[in-house]
Ligand binder design. Structure first.
Ligand code: ZN
Length: 134
């Protein structure tokens, strides 16, 4: 498999409007776009930094995965995503190596990406996403 670079860091926040101010007003970055991923019950704010992005994740439902995450662990870094050039091949390779996966097959993520999560028990508690996008 070929890991290209860190695609994004996903940060769970209660409010994109409130949390975004640090990145815009203090760091001088721009929120490029805010997208709703209905399947994940989440709004995603994209903040590009060269090859990578910070993605602020805000739940749109009280029972969404990000809301549950904040309830149990508080706001903060929720996952880290590695860009791969071929997600299907990467998943096959991970399976062949006996790595436990949350997603056995790619699904649609924000920004038109194909994504899959590796089980955090394999990564010392870090939720790792692999993603492929053009
Ligand atoms: Zn992500």
């Amino acid at each position: 498999m070929k890991i290209k670079h860190i695609d994004h860091i996903g940060i769970a926040v209660k409010s994109i409007e409130q949390a975004g101010k640090f990145y815009t007003d203090v760091l001088g970055l721009n929120i490029q776009e805010i997208e709703t991923v209905a399947e994940q019950k989440v709004n995603v704010a994209f903040i590009p930094i060269t090859d990578s992005e910070v993605e602020l994740l805000e739940s749109v439902e009280p029972d969404g995965p990000v809301a549950k995450y904040i309830k149990s662990r508080g706001e903060g870094v929720q996952h880290i995503a590695f860009r791969v050039d071929d997600i299907n091949q990467c998943l096959e390779e991970l399976k062949a190596k006996g790595v436990r996966l949350i997603d056995q097959a790619p699904r649609d993520g924000a920004g038109g990406a194909k994504i899959a999560f590796i089980h955090p028990k394999e990564t010392n508690g870090v939720l790792v996403e692999i993603c492929e996008r053009d």
